[in-house]
Design a protein around this ligand. Structure first.
Ligand SMILES: *[C@@H]1O[C@H](CO)[C@@H](O)[C@H](O)[C@H]1NC(C)=O
Ligand SMILES: *[C@@H]1O[C@H](CO)[C@@H](O)[C@H](O)[C@H]1NC(C)=O
Ligand SMILES: *[C@@H]1O[C@H](CO)[C@@H](O)[C@H](O)[C@H]1NC(C)=O
Ligand SMILES: *[C@@H]1O[C@H](CO)[C@@H](O)[C@H](O)[C@H]1NC(C)=O
Length: 338
């Protein structure tokens, strides 16, 4: 039986009408209209333009939104940014952005990271793009096609081999939102239903949490949240809190500064992202430590029919717990830290 000391940030709720952004890309169809604007304006302009489902933003004339009626495959277009309205179906989970300069009859000797079977040389670019430390690839027809991901870029001539060199990404980050002592608890909803994972826990609302000292803002600006650790748990279980953010996010860089996280029997601190209609829109568990776990469980859950490329196992110290056989669909792909 577990009672949960949970500090959960649970990201879900109705998606606001926002856009998903794809840097260095374009949609290769003619625009239905265009309007001057910054990248942030384009999303709103598209939302209020009948027939608009996506846009490309470029620096033309100081910033222009090129409104598009459909969302199509993305193409590589340096410095342009594609935005797709959330109500529209994104064509594939990963935009097929060709960010590599390809050269025939060229090899990149040595610098090998991993080899991945793939019949098409053009697919190697996305694999390299998604692999930390990969700078280039070569493709050869060995075993009906193999991508050889490379950590270096020095080329030499070699008939029949195709080399691709990754164009360095030009993504820059802008601070969009800060959760701190001035606004923290106003940015979350308090979850008070039964625990979906059947813990012996009573998730309380904000006023009860405040009154019982389960949440607080310390005078030094740190945020406290915890479970009742002084009373014997009765009834529905140990009083604790589970929070889900009011905002929903499609991506970004999230920086989480933790001073302390509990460990030990009965605890289950966690910080995760979850999409609507679980598990079809995925779950990314960033911090999760149950009971006496000494390692963090970073897990990614997906809908049925997922596969992971087992070759990637070589690039990190954790393990693929499921879905590790390419081409053999699994019901739940996840990765763990041990
Ligand atoms: C989208 O716009 C293009 C360019 O104006 C046009 O050729 C095409 O027929 C439109 N497609 C749809 C589905 O409206
Ligand atoms: C290559 O593809 C052919 C035709 O699909 C197949 O018969 C053969 O077994 C494959 N070879 C390898 C090494 O996968
Ligand atoms: C919070 O929960 C307590 C106990 O269940 C309940 O009496 C109270 O009305 C709730 N407050 C709000 C604002 O929902
Ligand atoms: C802030 O104050 C709390 C409560 O007094 C204390 O537990 C915590 O260590 C302090 N944090 C920092 C970073 O000083």
């Amino acid at each position: 039986m577990k009672s949960l000391l949970i500090a959960l940030f649970f990201l879900n709720g109705a998606l606001a009408q926002q856009c998903s952004y794809y840097p260095d890309s374009d949609i290769s169809i003619s625009p239905i209209n265009y309007e001057p604007g910054g990248m942030d304006d384009c999303c709103k302009i598209c939302e209020y333009t009948p027939g608009c489902g996506a846009f490309t933003w470029s620096g033309y004339n100081g910033g222009t939104c090129w409104l598009k009626n459909i969302t199509g495959p993305l193409i590589y277009a340096p410095k342009n940014i594609v935005g797709i309205l959330n109500k529209n179906v994104i064509p594939s989970p990963l935009p097929s952005i060709n960010k590599c300069t390809m050269q025939s009859n060229t090899d990149i000797p040595g610098n090998d990271m991993i080899n991945i079977p793939n019949s098409q040389a053009s697919d190697c670019c996305n694999l390299c793009y998604l692999t930390q430390g990969c700078k280039a690839y070569t493709w050869s027809s060995v075993n009906n096609g193999t991508c050889w991901l490379k950590s270096g870029t020095t080329t030499s001539n070699n008939n029949g081999i195709i080399a691709g060199i990754l164009t360095p990404a030009t993504i820059s980050w802008t601070l969009r939102e800060t959760y701190d002592s001035t606004n923290f608890y106003s940015k979350f909803d308090f979850y008070t239903d039964g625990d979906p994972t059947h813990g012996y826990v009573d998730f309380v609302n904000q006023s009860v949490a405040q009154q019982k000292g389960l949440i607080a803002v310390n005078s030094n600006g740190t945020i406290y949240m915890g479970a009742d650790h002084t009373n014997k748990a009765t009834g529905r279980g140990r009083k604790s809190v589970r929070l889900s953010s009011k905002a929903a996010y499609n991506g970004g860089l999230f920086i989480h500064d933790l001073v302390h996280m509990p460990v030990g029997p009965g605890t289950w601190p966690a910080y995760w992202f979850i999409g609507p209609d679980w598990p079809n829109n995925g779950e990314a568990d960033i911090i999760e430590g149950i009971g006496g776990n000494t390692k963090n469980a970073v897990t990614l859950h997906t809908a049925d029919g997922c596969t992971m490329r087992k070759e990637y196992q070589q690039l990190f110290t954790g393990t693929f717990a499921d879905g590790k056989n390419p081409g053999v669909p699994s019901t739940d792909c996840f990765i763990q830290d041990w």
